[in-house]
Design a binder for this molecule. Sequence first.
Ligand SMILES: *Cc1c(COP(=O)(O)O)cnc(C)c1O
Length: 373
Amino acid sequence: MQQEAGRAGALLTIDLKALRANFRYLQARLGRAVCGAAVKADAYGLGAIPVSKALVAEGCRHLFVAQLEEAISLRAHIARDVAIYVMHGSPVGYEAEFVEYGCTPVLNSLDQIAAWRNLAQERMTSLPAIIQIDTGMARMGLSQAELRAWLNDFSLTDGIDVQYVMSHLACAEDQLDPMNGMQLQAFKNVLAQLRLQFPNLKASFSNSSGIFLGSDYHFDLARPGAALYGVAPVAGQESPMQSVVQLQGRIIQTREIPMGASVGYSKTWRATQPSRIATVSVGYADGWLRSLSNCGVAHIAGVEVPMVGNVSMDTITLNVSHVAPELLYPGALVDLICPDNTVDQVAKQAGTIGYEILTSLGPRYQRHYVDEV
Ligand SMILES: *Cc1c(COP(=O)(O)O)cnc(C)c1O
């Protein structure tokens, strides 16, 4: 293990203790509502299997993925008493695989509902599902017209055990956006109508940011992803979440360049004085986004150093003129994602969101899990 780490161009450390602390924090914030977890897209790039196992060890019983394929590969590692929900619902014709693997579809259309009901009737049993309602995001879930059709004919869900009705917020990270309140009201109206028929119907509404909009938004089950992984849940506010990801790249070599020399492809940076440049073995092929060219930073022994020149496929270049030379040996680690340069800060430098930084984390990194279950 140690040897491999020494060989690797970059080290990605994923702190499952911090992840579990974040889960506990969100669960405490939710009070009586239950905290689930979005582990789609390989748990936002952090590794769906180790992340899910850690969350389950912390008491999580509701995991959300996007696609059936993700659910099947996760199920092999997760006990059947933990629900795995597939937010895209079933691919057409693959409903039976949900039963086989003990996974639960989120039904997003009358067609998906009909296919699930047909399977239930064929098997002469009742099958669990979540039904998603679109409350304004216009991405997934029953439209207003489809909802009306259901309200007019509850036999559409005969044989379906509707465990939750859910919807998804479009702007939850911006606490002042009026869309939050509009979606909340729309969701409450839907629930009031459905509860005339299903008095015990449970509801799921909030992602990470939704949890911070207050208890009105909590309902029975929340589905946080990003905040668990250390992304700040509320725009413009200090994050209460612990950071989970640490990324360190290795110096390959350093060089002195004269005033006027350019660095990297397309010579987008030029030295205005004699400079020392360090080349580090992380590039856009590792998900270190090319948009960080000339605006990202790294830290060496706590000192911030600017990235200069374009990000290459396999390397970045740092202006280390002000760093003590004894820190700049080949093999030295430089901090790329660290408490001084969080996922959210890197995202800002790259002109994107923390979600994209995490889900871009590359396959070449030597991964190390702290407190793996
Ligand atoms: C991705 C997703 C979540 C989790 O969102 P975060 O913002 O990462 O907390 C919850 N619900 C749905 C429907 C999603 O697509």
